[in-house]
Structure formats: structure tokens, C-alpha cells
Ligand binder design. Structure first.
Ligand code: GDP
Length: 473
């Protein structure tokens, strides 16, 4: 097989900075020869792929040893890029890494650009575009769920679903072509109801994938949950308890939490980004606090979830509900009502509060979950976490039957374009538009789907995707 690229690229593939080990990677037709030229022990050119070799790297100009290393050899096409690839594990100091890279460049390698290894893997057919992008997601994944989604995409789950989808669209297009061929002979060939059913099916799959994007976004970026409530309800205390770190300012003076403190915790593999807000009160005591209240309402509007916290010894159920209603007026926002300071109330009073809350919730608020806890005592936090998960699962995470979850904005855009063209095909079918026009819309839809896996791609698109990677990936 003639190689796709004539040059050999090299880069540090592990993070910069001191570490026990660093891995410098080379890929390209001269990868083995270049490494062999500075390797002290043996002629690597004679060695088979998938082997490890211990030895020293020596500067041929001075004869000086740069480092003791382990070299891993991969022979084309059995490597990530499908080219000859060498991974040099050296000692992880910036100085050593720079020396090793300088040696390799002097021997004829070129410094790799951002994402160039993965780009080569794509261009050589080892990965499709969606899979290549999953490599970046996998590197960035920092929760169990985002890792699982990226890995599924890398293994081709998403690509397979798209291929099936395209296959069905091509079948649809073939039926239309038949109609075109036989149109003049007035043959009822592809019956319209059959076409409509196939189209509805395909549109359903696209719509499902688009819905999964909301979930994908949540998995990748976390859920923004705003904690709001009156001053002294215990917001900072709760946030601290949740974060298990003393980051928020806890104070007994009402209205002292004026800044927003954001942090993330992972519950069951899902990331929640909690935002503490300034105390809410109707008549802010001073100017600074008035600004804080305004910003709180703004934050609530941007949140995916509202956690309304109140001191259950100070507020009645109707007061709590009235304040929640005011905060969420006009918003379809999942809300969790959380009563704090259970340690200050008797069990009978708590039961009465819960019953009163149930009785007072009606209309859209009916069924709003209520959690009673004592943030200051670290009491009831697991119940709160369970309620948070349930609330998010019930709203944001619904429709997750599909194993495939779209996480990339680029993919979502392409799916939207495909959906729009499919809607045009549907409208054309409904109004009896000419078959040629239907076929044209269908081709646009196919092209949009093809952009996701890279079956149809432009150089611009590739550049914009791969430059988002770091050097060495
Ligand atoms: P924020 O203004 O809503 O942020 O409220 P803080 O977190 O600053 O808490 C206000 C006061 O309530 C502090 O004195 C906390 O120690 C106290 N507090 C918080 N949680 C509890 C609790 O569960 N029980 C009791 N008894 N006091 C609490």
C-alpha cells in the first residue's frame, strides 16, 4: 500500500510538565528509520510491529546519550494512524522531551500540528469523522457518563446508527428514482402511503437523535442548578455540604452572600454545576443586595433546575410556594423545594409541614418534590441527591431509550439541516410536488448526514475539527 503521507510527524503525546514518564510519538513512513538512527541498541528497522525495545537515545553528532527509553513499534497498517508509528517513552522532564524532539526533527521528522495524528487516522480510514471527534471527547471526559458516551461514539455506535439511517434514505431515494423512470407511463409504482411511512420513520429517528443532543449536552457540560432562597435559609451551608469543602462564605448575618459561587459535583456520573445566589428578599436592605436579587432572577432564568431552599421554621408551605411561583413565573423549569434546619423542628412539626405542603401544591406545582434536611448537620444529603437525580431524569433525561447520544454541536447542526430537508420532502409529498424536487431535497438531507461521519467533507470542515485537538493527539 502506498502511504497517504510522505512526511513523518512527531510530537509529545502526554501533558507538558514534569512527570515520571513522557511519551513522544512519531507517525509516518520514516518513523522507524528516524528512531533507529538515534537508538543505541539495535537496528529497529529489522524489528516487527507490536514490540517493545529498551535502549538509549544518542545524539549522532556528539555521541552523547540523551535518555534511556523504551520504544514501542507499530507497523502499518496496525496502528492508530495506520502508518508506521513509534512511541518513545522517555523520562518526563521538559528538558529531556525537548532534547528528544529536537533529535527527531534533526533526523527528518516534522513537528505535528494540533490533532494531526487523529486527522491521519481519519484520512487513512481507520476512524470516521464522528469517531475521530470522539477521541477529543474521550480525552476531555471527566465524568463516568461522558466517558461512556464518548467511548460508544469512538467504537462506532453513533456511526452505525447514521449508516442505517442513510441506508433507509437511500432506499427512499431509489423509490423516488423509480417513480421518475416510470412516471410518464402512469404506473403507480411507489405507493404514496408506503413512501410517507418510510419518511415518517426516518424523520422519527432524526428527531430522536436531535432530542438526545439535549441529554448529550447535559452529560458533556453538566446541569446548571441554581440554589435560591431567602437570606439565612442556609444556601451557603448547603452548598458547602454538597461540595464538602468550605468554599462558600457562611455567615449568620442576613444577606451577606452577595457573590455567586459556582462549583461542580458528580452525582451518579452526572455533573451538576451549583450556583449559589445572593439572598432573596422583597425589600433589599441596600443597593448591593438589590443588584444581587436582580442577578438571582437572571440566574434562575438560565438554569436547568431550581433548588429553592427555605428555613422550615420560618416559612409556611403557602409562602414557600408563592415565592417559588414568583421566581419561576413564565418558565418551564424543574423545581426542587428543600426545607432546611430539620434539627430545629419536632418530628410532628415536620410531618405537619410535609402534609401542609402537599395540600397547598396544586396546578402546575402539583407533585413538586419536597426534601427536608439539615444542611448544617450534614443530614438528608443523600436524599437530596436522589431527588436531584430523579428530577433531572424526569425532565432533561427523558427519551433516552436511544443508545446513541449526540454530544457534538456540529452533529446536532447537521441533523437539524437534515431534519429541515426531510420536512420539505414531507411537505412536497403532502402537496403532490414534482418528484424531481422531492429527490433534490432528499439529496440535501443525505449530504447533511454524510457530513457527520465525513463521507462528505470539505478541507475547511476538517481543519476546523482537528485544530480543536491539542498537539500530539
Ligand atoms: P444563606 O444566607 O442562605 O447562605 O445561609 P447560610 O448558609 O449563611 O446560613 C445561615 C445560618 O443558618 C448560619 O448561621 C448557619 O449556620 C445556619 N444553618 C444552616 N443550616 C442549618 C441547619 O441545618 N440547622 C441549623 N440549626 N442551622 C443551620
Amino acid at each position: 500500500m502506498t502511504p497517504l503521507f510522505s512526511d513523518t510527524i512527531a510530537a509529545l503525546s502526554t501533558p507538558l510538565g514534569a512527570g515520571a514518564l513522557a511519551v513522544v510519538r512519531l507517525s509516518g513512513p520514516a518513523a522507524v528509520e528516524i528512531t533507529s538512527g538515534i537508538f543505541s541498541k539495535k537496528n529497529l528497522a529489522n524489528q516487527p510491529g507490536h514490540t517493545l525495545h529498551y535502549g538509549a537515545l544518542r545524539d549522532p553528532a556528539t555521541g552523547e546519550i540523551v535518555d534511556e527509553v523504551v520504544v514501542a513499534l507499530y507497523r502499518a497498517p496496525r496502528s492508530f494512524t495506520r502508518e508506521d508509528t513509534v512511541e518513545i517513552s522517555c523520562h518526563g522532564s521538559d528538558y529531556v522531551v525537548r532534547q528528544v524532539l529536537a533529535l527527531l526533527l534533526r533526523q527528518g521528522a516534522r513537528l505535528a500540528e494540533a490533532g494531526e495524528f487523529t486527522k491521519r487516522a481519519f484520512l487513512s480510514g481507520a476512524l470516521d469523522l464522528a469517531q475521530a471527534e470522539a477521541v477529543a471527547d474521550l480525552i476531555a471526559a471527566d465524568s463516568a457518563l461522558s466517558h461512556r458516551v464518548a467511548l460508544n461514539q469512538l467504537r462506532g455506535g453513533f456511526s452505525q446508527e447514521l449508516r442505517d439511517l442513510r441506508g433507509r434514505l437511500v432506499a427512499f431515494a431509489a423509490l423516488l428514482e423509480l417513480e421518475l423512470d416510470f412516471g410518464e407511463e402512469d404506473v403507480e409504482f411507489a405507493d404514496r402511503t408506503g413512501l410517507a411511512r418510510l419518511l415518517a420513520d426516518v424523520r422519527g429517528v432524526v428527531a430522536g437523535l436531535l432530542r438526545s443532543f439535549e441529554l448529550g449536552n447535559v452529560i458533556k457540560n453538566g446541569i446548571t442548578a441554581v440554589i435560591a432562597g431567602r437570606p439565612n435559609a442556609g444556601k451557603s451551608t448547603l452548598l458547602n455540604a454538597l461540595l464538602r469543602e468550605e468554599r462558600a462564605i457562611v455567615s449568620a448575618i442576613p444577606g451577606t452572600t452577595r457573590d455567586f459561587i459556582e462549583d461542580e459535583i458528580s452525582i451518579d456520573g452526572l455533573r451538576f454545576r451549583f450556583v449559589d445566589t445572593a439572598g432573596l428578599r422583597d425589600n433589599p436592605a441596600d443597593e448591593v443586595e438589590a443588584i444581587g436579587v436582580r442577578r438571582t432572577r437572571q440566574r434562575v432564568r438560565q438554569a436547568a433546575l431550581l433548588l429553592y431552599l427555605f428555613d422550615l421554621t420560618e416559612m409556611s408551605p403557602p409562602e414557600v410556594l408563592a415565592e417559588i411561583q414568583e421566581l419561576t413565573a413564565g418558565l418551564a423549569l424543574p423545581v426542587l423545594a428543600v426545607g432546611n434546619k430539620t434539627d430545629l423542628a419536632t418530628p410532628a412539626a415536620l410531618a405537619a409541614f410535609a402534609a401542609g405542603f402537599r395540600a397547598a401544591t396544586a396546578g402546575p406545582a402539583a407533585g413538586m418534590p419536597l426534601v427536608l434536611l439539615a444542611a448544617g448537620q450534614n443530614h438528608g444529603l443523600p436524599e437530596l441527591q436522589t431527588a436531584l437525580l430523579a428530577q433531572v431524569r424526569g425532565s432533561v433525561l427523558e427519551n433516552t431509550a436511544s443508545a446513541t447520544i449526540v454530544t457534538s454541536v456540529r452533529h446536532a447542526r447537521a441533523l437539524e439541516v437534515a431534519a429541515a430537508h426531510l420536512a420539505a420532502v414531507q411537505a412536497g409529498l403532502d402537496t403532490g410536488r414534482g418528484t424531481e424536487l422531492l429527490a433534490a431535497d432528499l439529496r440535501h438531507a443525505l449530504a447533511a448526514l454524510g457530513e457527520i461521519t465525513g463521507e462528505i467533507s470539505s478541507e475547511d470542515l476538517l481543519t476546523s475539527i482537528f485544530t480543536q485537538f491539542c498537539i500530539g493527539k
